[in-house]
Design a protein around this ligand. Structure first.
Ligand SMILES: [Zn+2]
Length: 493
């Protein structure tokens, strides 16, 4: 009997704790996605005799270029145009060796340990404005001895051959991409996977990086799970990117391009040019134009001929919400990815939150107002009251859970704790936060001089932005409202 009472009291206590414990983002997670910062970190200091150099519980990425400089740094040509440096043989990438130590473990690791994953790679610098930063980001392709793609699982992420090694610089919290990709990954069917790591380039410590999945269809069906049969010139799914035009890349002249609805350019990202002949390119162009013509027609929201059977509406709703909440002002102009899956539905994929939450170069961004309602595709979707209502409902539901202020703050706190030792080493390498990325934001008063100030800015912006959206999300209905005149003049719609 005594034990029964004890058992009963214990059960009751567990229930009480469960009911009254503060909820965090962990309680709202729906997917099996790994959030790296949740891994248990060693509590005791490292006592390994091999110690002395780099000692970290993050994976170590060693890259050896055999003394060659990594190409892709922006320079001016004779005509003062921006071009990128090339390898001595004229190629845009160079061959190098990559070794990863502590690929997927929770222990301390040292730079002189045996690698868990090794591959030859092709490497270049990547990005637009970020290429001018002291600490560059890199695009990496894993290759075998013959130069063929060599897909490998990296840091517990699905095997693939294309990766981005992103080095936070402008984002002085260093967590914007990590956090928003992971949050989007809980909301949407796909968002790029990410892991923090520390990089050693040709024996020199280069600081904190984020190994990131490149958005791609993937030969092995990984990531977006698209398929292309180049021999039969057939596709079941493709991936497009809206962005600046890059030299030598041809734009997809689809409906919204040749009707001048956007000054930005669409490109086929997948299938890549090597797996795509002129006929396949033309088929994709026509297929995507058909979708855009539907979206930009007067009967676009009718069930029979409209867009609703062509897109995964939830994907567009969630893309809208996460980019609006973070004021990711490039979304819908630059780095904007849309893909058609093997189920014939279009979806959006998030990318690049570097400038989000008022971390934009040119100007201070207000925490009021919407912007995606003016951007390609969304400018039509938002005219449909069903779409608007889906955003409003979904927004309120997310703000009670995954995207609540409490949940976001906790995500920030826990991630910053997790990377704190690596960030300290990073700053020892690159100089104080005040020196890093000095004066890049305009006006200069926006450039923060400490990691804690950056954390405060991120939290403060999300608090104000969230509050504004909580109070104003319903005003999205203005974009789908019927005209007052119509009510009196027409009996039937
Ligand atoms: Zn150690």
């Amino acid at each position: 009997m005594k034990y029964k009472i004890i058992g009963f009291i214990c059960c009751f206590a567990v229930i009480l704790i469960a009911v009254f414990a503060p909820l965090s983002y962990k309680d709202y997670r729906k997917t099996e996605r790994i959030h790296q910062h949740e891994q248990e970190i060693p509590q005791e200091p490292c006592t390994d005799p091999a110690d002395g150099g780099l000692c970290t519980y993050l994976p170590i990425v060693k890259i050896d270029t055999d003394g060659m400089e990594i190409p892709g740094r922006p320079i001016k040509d004779d005509g003062n145009n921006r071009i990128y440096t090339r390898a001595t043989d004229g190629e845009t990438t160079i061959a190098a060796q990559m070794d990863i130590i502590g690929n997927d473990s929770k222990e301390y690791h040292h730079a002189n340990e045996t690698a868990d994953v090794s591959s030859e790679i092709r490497i270049r610098m990547r990005g637009n404005s970020s290429r001018t930063f002291d600490k560059p980001s890199y695009a990496i392709r894993l290759v075998d001895k013959k130069g063929e793609n060599n897909p490998l699982s990296i840091m517990g992420m699905d095997a693939h051959h294309e990766w981005v090694l992103y080095g936070p610089w402008l984002d002085k919290t260093a967590i914007r991409n990590y956090m928003f990709y992971n949050l989007a990954g809980e909301m949407m069917s796909y968002a790029p996977n990410v892991r923090f790591c520390e990089v050693i380039l040709n024996g020199e410590y280069e600081g904190l990086y984020v190994m990131t999945e490149m958005i791609t269809g993937g030969k092995d069906g990984a990531r977006l799970g698209l398929r292309v049969n180049a021999k039969r010139s057939a596709f079941s799914g493709y991936l497009l990117r809206l962005d600046h035009q890059h030299a030598g890349e041809e734009a997809l002249n689809s409906f919204t391009t040749y009707t001048y609805k956007t000054p930005f350019l669409l490109q086929i990202e997948y299938p890549g040019s090597r797996n795509r002949d002129a006929r396949l390119t033309e088929e994709i162009r026509q297929d995507f134009s058909n979708f855009e013509k539907t979206l930009y027609s007067y009967d676009y929201d009718r069930e029979k001929h409209g867009y609703t059977s062509m897109i995964d509406v939830d994907s567009f709703v969630d893309y809208f919400i996460i980019n609006e909440l973070s004021s990711n002002a490039d979304a819908g102009n630059y780095s904007t990815y849309i893909y058609k899956g093997t189920d014939n539905l279009y979806r959006m994929c998030v990318w690049d939150f570097n400038n989000a939450c008022n971390n934009y170069f040119e100007e201070e961004l207000p925490y009021t107002g919407f912007f995606l309602n003016n951007r390609l595709w969304f400018e039509m979707l938002i005219k449909d009251e069903d779409f608007t209502e889906r955003i409003i409902q979904r927004y309120h539901s997310l703000r009670k859970g995954l995207l609540s202020e409490e949940s976001l703050y906790r995500y920030i706190d826990e991630t910053l704790d997790f990377i704190a030792p690596a960030l300290a080493r990073n700053d020892a390498r690159w100089g104080s936060v005040e020196q890093q990325a000095k004066g890049l934001l305009v006006p200069v008063s926006r450039n923060l001089d400490s990691r804690s100030a950056a954390e405060g800015q991120l939290k403060g912006y999300l608090r104000n932005r969230g509050k504004w959206l909580d109070e104003n999300i319903e005003t999205l209905r203005q974009y789908s409202a019927s005209s007052r005149v119509k009510q009196y003049n027409e009996v039937n719609d």
